[in-house]
Design a protein around this ligand. Structure first.
Ligand SMILES: CNc1nc2cc(C(N)=O)ccc2[nH]1
Length: 373
């Protein structure tokens, strides 16, 4: 285990990169996918099961945890790692995105955001300083700057104004974070789909200096083509030698396209949330287990998959327990989806190291039938 936070790039293939982030709580192999552990749990998964899928790091949500059970209570109980029995790295978001997407009665000023809890209507405030304090109390290994992520579509002036506010908040986040060896603070690039504003944001963040850099403000309704157009230039504005984290992404083909364009880390609720709705991701495409066509199907979800759902259960059984709203349905489908997402990451890491990413990507796309399978 390293006492420091560091990032070592091992290989490149085109713009795609593979390497390792070292932290005092363990190594993170990149490109990395982070399962989302919103309320101190990856829903329907035991922590050891999350690890068994291949995850090196998971994401915790500041907004949810500050409201319930509160950061102070988690701190008193030994921090988030101990609280949720996950002793490997945790990245926490700043709360900024979820305040704007979940909370009620929000008021945004230069200082920060005041809002009402979606749980009980109680009043709260998030500022760069309070977000840093919460993430410190949680004990997270990678802390995210407090920022504002404007909803798209938005006009250029709004995007510019919002980005510049986030850059001022990045300064304040850096100042409030303090000197915490072994912990990292990541800046978040904003700027919407405006190339010049993205470059301005990157320059502002580099002038402050961070241990890693996120591409924020995407996966907010712009669509894959627009997101990839932005990713064709935005990662290149960021330092080569620091991790690049694309927030909130995404479907398997989004993830592959992002890594191809130079992204090292991603997080998304899709594999876990969709597992609970019966949506199953496989190397041959997507299926929904609730479809009646599975009712007598003795085959596994994916013959080639080694997860517990595919090794031990038929589609007919998974259809039955989904239809019966049995808890095991969410457990098995979440496990399968997370396992598959980690299989994609492992395949890309290996391909980039071998210089065969283009062939791997062609095989990835070739295997995916259209629609249900
Ligand atoms: C699900 N899409 C998504 N876009 C995001 C953008 C941010 C951001 N801070 O710009 C954070 C979380 C995000 N999640």
């Amino acid at each position: 285990m390293s006492e420091r936070f560091s990032f070592d790039l091992h290989a490149r293939d085109g713009k795609a990169r593979t390497g390792v982030i070292q932290t005092p709580r363990g190594a993170v192999r990149t490109p990395a996918f982070m399962p989302v552990g919103t309320a101190a749990t990856v829903k329907a998964m035991m922590p050891e099961s999350v690890r068994a899928t291949g995850a090196d790091i998971l994401l915790g949500n500041t907004y949810h945890l500050m409201l319930r059970p509160t950061a102070e209570r988690i701190d008193r109980l030994g921090g988030l790692h101990k609280f949720m029995n996950w002793e490997r790295p945790i990245l926490t978001d700043s709360g900024g995105f979820q305040v704007m997407s979940l909370a009620g009665l929000r008021k945004l000023t230069e200082k920060g955001v005041t809002f009402k809890s979606h749980i009980d209507g109680s009043k709260h405030e998030l500022t760069p300083e309070r977000s840093m304090e919460i993430q410190r109390l949680l004990g997270s290994d990678i802390v995210m700057c407090f920022d504002e992520c404007p909803a798209l579509p938005a006009d250029r002036d709004r995007i510019a104004e919002s980005m510049r506010l986030s850059m001022r908040w990045a300064e304040r986040s850096r100042a409030a974070f303090g000197d915490r060896p072994g912990h990292a603070l990541f800046g978040i690039m904003q700027g919407g789909l405006e190339q010049d504003l993205r470059e301005e944001s990157a320059e502002a963040l580099k002038a402050i200096g961070f241990e890693g850099y996120a591409v924020g403000g995407l996966a907010v309704g712009e669509g894959q083509e627009a997101m990839f157009d932005c990713l064709d230039y935005a990662p290149g504005f960021l330092p080569e030698d620091k991790p690049r984290y694309l927030m909130g992404v995404g479907k398997p083909d989004d993830i592959v396209g992002a890594v191809k364009r130079g992204i090292d880390m991603m997080d998304c609720v899709l594999p876990s949330r969709s597992g609970r709705t019966g949506q199953v991701f496989t190397r041959h495409g997507v299926l929904n287990i609730k479809n009646a066509r599975h009712i007598d199907d003795p085959r596994p979800l994916d013959e080639a998959c080694t997860c517990p759902a595919c090794r031990n259960f038929s589609r007919a059984y998974l259809h039955h327990v989904f239809r019966s709203q049995e808890i095991i349905s969410s457990m098995l489908l979440t496990w399968h989806n997370l396992h598959y997402f980690q299989e994609i990451m492992a395949g890309m890491r290996e391909a980039i190291a071998a210089g065969t990413f283009a062939a791997w990507e062609a095989d990835f796309h070739a295997g995916r039938a259209q629609g249900d399978i």
